[in-house]
Design a protein around this ligand. Structure first.
Ligand SMILES: NC(=O)c1ccc[n+]([C@@H]2O[C@H](COP(=O)([O-])OP(=O)(O)OC[C@H]3O[C@@H](n4cnc5c(N)ncnc54)[C@H](O)[C@@H]3O)[C@@H](O)[C@H]2O)c1
Length: 352
């Protein structure tokens, strides 16, 4: 099986590429533009193997993307390339519209033309997995959780652009019969995550005894899933997922942002004790505009149809992640020193 993975130099995409090559014994063609969020070092364990190839392209480039399909003749696509950071989408939404919406459209069109020329046997095997987020569903109150039929109510430019791309993907199934599957996943954490998201940013600031910003009062709740469990779910979709369907993935690990930050402080105090308890570094900062209160996932469809379930507790996974960042300074130093220094993004100009 040869899988064309988009965004494979990013956080989740690199986990998917590593798992496909090292565990599923599939071949991977990684198509990535290499934006600020990419890091090819995340692929060091598979780079140079005969099962892995890299192609640097923008998914908005129709000609290049079409050429890749005929050059590599993939039996499936896992589409992860995206602008993925909510705060950046508030500061500047243009690239979110072009990559997440136009880029997805471009990829769907190239895939459709390629798919229509395949033999019926290869058509039966072909899958286009469109990787999306639970943020498309909007904000939950204290009870209830997102199911696959929950209506879309995106709040941020990021989630609105992902919602648009989900609709395009399913329209390409309904209208053209392209065997698309949409996955909507909760917040991911784990190794190789670019240090602007909550968990890696907090870990690095806490290692360096810098202030630990918590938005608002820290009560916003997210459901955390380890990135390797998400990657395993996406690979199951290739074999067990039904075309035209949506699948939610979540970790059954709801935590408030404040709980996550204090837990990281406590793990680091244990692993690398310092001059003071790191909880004293927590500082409450102005909230994100349009900040969703709570996300929670009902993943029973993925459990029953795919035989998938998360394999790590959040406590174990978080401790492993902290240990990974402590041991992997060479991986994150470039991003931290040259790409993003941890300063606040996503506030209207008057609040800076
Ligand atoms: N991180 C999460 O918690 C989470 C949760 C659910 C779903 N998702 C979705 O999973 C996917 C991957 O998320 P991530 O956290 O790994 O993102 P990421 O920002 O770490 O990686 C995105 C990758 O896409 C590439 N890319 C961006 N624009 C491109 C373009 N125009 N052409 C080609 N490549 C381009 C980047 O270079 C980068 O390597 C996204 O679609 C995101 O919406 C993420």
């Amino acid at each position: 099986m040869r899988v064309l993975v988009t965004g494979g130099a990013g956080f989740i995409g690199s986990a998917v590429c590593r798992q496909l090559v090292l565990e599923a014994e599939a071949s991977v063609v990684n198509v990535d533009k290499l934006t600020y969020a990419a890091n090819l070092a995340s692929l060091a364990s598979i780079d140079g193997t005969s099962h892995y190839r890299f192609e640097q392209h923008d998914i908005c480039d129709q000609e290049a993307v079409t050429r890749l399909f005929y050059k590599w003749e993939p039996s499936a696509v896992i589409h992860l390339a995206a602008e993925s950071h909510v705060d950046r989408s508030i500061t500047g939404s243009a690239t979110f519209i072009s990559t997440n919406i136009v880029g997805t459209y471009t990829l769907l069109e190239s895939a459709r033309r390629y798919y229509e020329g395949l033999s019926s046997q290869r058509q039966r095997q072909f899958r286009f997995i469109h990787v999306s987020t639970d943020e498309v569903y909007g904000s939950l109150g204290p009870v209830d959780c997102f199911r696959e039929d929950t209506p879309y109510r995106p709040s941020s430019p990021y989630s609105a652009s992902k919602a648009a791309s989900d609709h395009l993907a399913l329209a390409w199934y309904k209208t053209y019969g392209l065997p698309v599957i949409v996955s909507n996943c909760s917040n991911n954490y784990g190794p190789f995550q670019f240090p602007e998201k909550l968990i890696p940013l907090t870990i690095l600031n806490a290692i360096e005894y810098k202030s630990l910003p918590v938005y608002g009062d820290g009560s916003n709740v997210r459901d955390w899933l380890h990135v390797d469990d998400h990657a395993a779910g996406l690979i199951r979709l290739l074999f067990e997922g039904r075309a035209g369907e949506k699948y939610n993935f979540g970790g059954d690990s709801e935590r408030s942002n404040l709980e996550v930050v204090t837990q990281i402080c406590d793990v680091l105090d244990r692993l690398r004790p310092g001059p003071a308890a790191r909880r004293s570094l927590i500082s409450f900062v102005p909230d994100r505009p349009g900040h969703d209160a709570r996300y929670a996932i009902d993943a029973s469809k993925a459990r029953s149809e795919l035989g998938w379930q998360p394999t790590r507790s959040f406590e174990r996974g978080l401790a492993d992640t902290v240990e990974w960042y402590l041991a992997s300074g060479t991986w994150w130093a470039r991003a931290r020193n040259m790409v993003y220094d941890g300063s606040r993004l996503g506030l209207p100009a008057t609040q800076h």
